[in-house]
Write a protein that binds this ligand. Sequence first.
Ligand SMILES: Nc1ncnc2c1ncn2[C@@H]1O[C@H](COP(=O)(O)OP(=O)(O)O)[C@@H](O)[C@H]1O
Ligand SMILES: [Mg+2]
Length: 225
Amino acid sequence: MSQNSVVTAENLTLSYKKEEPILTDINLDIKTKDFVFITGKSGSGKSTLLKSFYGALPVQAGRLNVCGINLHNISKANKNFLRKHLGVVFQDYKLIDSWSIEKNVMLPLFIAGFSKDVCLSQAHKLLKHVKLLHKADKYPLELSGGEQQRAAVARALAHNPILILADEPTGNLDDYSSGVIWDLLKGANEHLGTTVIAVTHRIPSLLRVSYRHFIIDNGGIDEVS
Ligand SMILES: Nc1ncnc2c1ncn2[C@@H]1O[C@H](COP(=O)(O)OP(=O)(O)O)[C@@H](O)[C@H]1O
Ligand SMILES: [Mg+2]
């Protein structure tokens, strides 16, 4: 693994049942500042691969290293380290419905141990970027799907993670919210050097970013050159 690798997989095999591997012998080397799109048919294993990156699915065979952490038999301390240095965005937002938007965005900053003042000012900065500052004190279910996802992306970026994992972040969204989200991920990548790995059905054509594209098919992954 080279110094500026953020995700490396060597002969990685992933499965839910040992005898039925979903992905086999995956090899990958994602570097700092890479902007990566992963596409593939429904059920091909895109979410499965991302799950293994954030430690939600154990490594069945082979090696996986994310942000310098070996994911094989990961310890609780290393899982916490990953939580502090990753930002994850899901298709269904996963905001906490009983918390205001502002408090949701502050969550990763609380976990990282920042003071309340810092959490609040950083949350407001991010909410401004996603054009939601005026809804900071609303609750998730008072917002549209696009607005909830913009809040979820603000939350994922709030603690300035090394790596963002986004699983079909704009899958259900209108063009405006999709545009805001891709622009924000691009901005983090360009200005903060955040590595972005996004699963998507369609690579956004208007996004001017140089990216790497991988396709998952038939239990394997290939880079499109
Ligand atoms: N929790 C699970 N338990 C068992 N099988 C699962 C689970 N999640 C997904 N799968 C199976 O793994 C395969 C890949 O799923 P997934 O990674 O969600 O695909 P994608 O995200 O590419 O649509 C599918 O055949 C799916 O049925
Ligand atoms: Mg999926």
